[in-house]
Design a protein around this ligand. Structure first.
Ligand code: NI
Length: 172
């Protein structure tokens, strides 16, 4: 199983490249990502978080509780956003950290499935939030970048300490 990359790992800031080959390698990556997501009780994961710079995300709002809930999206793009709401958000690459983050309430996501077929999600609420968060990852954007400026300044002061903590966790 691939290992989860924590904040401070350069892979998280790398912009992922579009997928052009819908082959066994892609399916294996999605399976691996799903296992990592479930292993950390997450509801979403982007390929950057396992060090693969490809535009692939996996989502499972049940956190692995219900079978067949997990799905993968390839080359996902947010093509429309409506409304906004703030809610507590976390990220598997920032263990132990949660913040209210403002996101669009409704988002249209156009993507492909693992076979390359086009898929569209008209998402709302939690699903819209998770999809926006994961698509951000593919562009090297992290949820701490989405905080209101006051919190972001407080965060900047905390980030070097977090990096050290996570580096130790990884070594342990
Ligand atoms: Ni995340």
């Amino acid at each position: 199983m691939a290992s989860l990359r924590l904040y401070g790992d350069p892979a998280l800031r790398r912009k992922a490249a579009p997928v052009t080959r819908f082959d066994d390698g892609l399916r294996a990556l999605a399976r691996d990502m799903t296992a990592v997501m479930h292993g950390h009780a997450g509801v979403g994961l982007a390929a950057n978080q396992v060090g693969a710079a490809q535009r692939v995300i996996v989502v499972d709002l049940s956190g692995g509780e219900r079978e067949d809930e997990a799905f993968a999206l390839v080359n996902p793009r947010v093509t429309a956003r409506t409304g906004s709401f703030a809610d507590e958000e976390g990220c598997l690459s920032f263990p132990g950290l949660r913040f209210p983050v403002r996101r669009a309430l409704e988002a249209r996501i156009e993507a492909q499935d693992l076979a390359g077929n086009p898929v569209v999600h008209e998402a709302r609420g939690l699903l819209a939030r998770v999809l926006q968060h994961e698509v951000d990852h593919l562009d090297g954007v992290l949820f701490v970048d989405r905080l209101p400026w006051r919190r972001r300044i407080a965060m900047w002061l905390k980030l070097p300490g977090l990096k050290r903590t996570y580096a130790k966790q990884k070594a342990a």
